[in-house]
Each structure stands twice: as C-alpha cells, then as structure tokens.
Design a binder for this molecule. Structure first.
Ligand code: FES
Length: 227
C-alpha cells in the first residue's frame, strides 16, 4: 500500500494513504488525547480533545478525522493545543454532575483522567445553566445517568454498529441534546437486548450496571422469600 510521508512534532512519520493524523501518530508512538473516538466505530470528530496544529492551516484540526497529506507538518502538544483541550474539558465539566467521589467510574473515568492530566480542577469550570435529568432505571440490567453524559455518542455507535440494535440516539438539539430512546421511552421499553456494549463503550459514569448484590445476599440468607 502506498504511504504518505509527513512530520509530527519534527519526527519523520510514514503512514498508509487514507490514514488520519491520529492513526499516523499512533504508528509513530505519539499519543494524542481522545474522548469520542472509538476506532472504526465512532470516528465523528465531536469532542475536539484530539485537536492538533497543522502548519499552514487556519484552524486547529481534529486528528481523529483529518487525513494525512504528503509533506504535512503536524504539532500535537503546543501551548495553544493544551489551552484548547483545557477549555474543552472545562466546558464539559460545566454541564456535568461532578459527584465524582460517589461515581461508579471514579478512578476509571476517561474525563476524570484527562482533567487530571491537564490540571483542570473543579473550580475551573464555568458556572452557568446545567441540565438535570432523571435516572433511567427502566432496564433490568443497567442505569442511564445523562447528568454524566458528555454526548460522545460512543454508546450510540456500538449499539448500532457493533450490536446491530440501534435503540438509542441523540434527542433534541443544541444545549438540550441528550442521548436516549425514541419517543422518550425508557430503555426497558425498547428492544434493547441487555448486551452491555454501551456500558463498556461509555467513557464516564453515564451508563452502569445495576448492582443486585443486596438481593442476592438476601436470597441466599432467606431462599423461601424468593420462591
Ligand atoms: Fe477526535 Fe473526539 S477524539 S474529536
């Protein structure tokens, strides 16, 4: 396959024709942060965490969707990029339930990890209007907490492309955009097959399994109650 030659952070890099900047950077062992990206499943350039500078380009470009060109010069870690990624994280936090200590994903949350890496603290986010959503606990196996959703659409993509079900998607527009089912049905009312792929794909604590430990322990202690 024909290769494209470019420079990333001054290093000579060669990547197959049709590669994105992100893929070329991975080939060269250069890390670019991502949030919405899921290889070959969700490549939609939505979150802007992966922005890079391309010499001669007027604006920052999203590395996960921007193709490489011959002779391109890319920079992945300039002060301008760090500032842009910090702003992105601050804006995400400005409409995010920040009860991280009690969150099921605390310590294993991609948003929390990036905030830690970029030094974004609780007090850095902008105060403003926030969305407040009821938990969707209508499904037997999981809970959707849209207060922690960052609209990356990774759950939507795996439901549709990996599992072939497609029962969730974005509803409404602009600030009111939220991920859910058609006609505002709870997940339990749809043809969801309880595969859990969406939970595995979620970068935050917006989707998580129900915990039946208490009921199981009660059933073991008093089986008659559950016959
Ligand atoms: Fe590239 Fe989200 S990872 S825009």
């Amino acid at each position: 396959m024909e290769n494209i030659n470019l420079k990333i952070n001054g290093l000579d890099v060669s990547a197959p024709v049709g590669s994105t900047i992100l893929e070329a950077a991975h080939l060269a062992g250069i890390k670019i942060p991502t949030l919405c990206y899921l290889k070959e499943i969700n490549e939609i350039g939505a979150c802007r965490m992966c922005v890079v500078e391309v010499k001669g380009a007027r604006n920052l470009v999203a590395a996960c969707v921007h193709p490489v060109n011959e002779g391109m010069e890319v920079y992945t870690n300039t002060p301008k990029l760090i500032e842009s990624r910090k702003k992105t994280l601050q804006l995400l936090l400005s409409n995010h339930d920040k009860k991280c200590l009690s969150c099921v994903r605390s310590g294993n949350c991609e948003l929390q990890q990036l905030c830690h890496e970029y030094g974004v603290e609780d007090e850095d986010f902008y105060e403003g209007e926030m969305n407040h959503y009821e938990l969707d606990d209508s499904a037997a196996h999981m809970i959707r907490d849209n207060n922690k959703c960052i609209l990356c659409r990774r759950c939507v993509a795996v439901c549709e492309k990996t599992q072939g079900i497609g029962v969730i998607g974005p509803n409404n527009r602009g600030f009111a955009t939220m991920i859910g089912s058609a006609f505002e049905m709870g997940l339990g009312e749809t043809s969801c097959v309880s595969c859990g792929q969406c939970i595995a794909a979620c970068p935050t604590g917006a989707l998580y399994e129900k915990d039946y430990t208490k009921q199981i322990l009660e059933a073991i202690a008093d089986p008659e109650k559950y016959v």
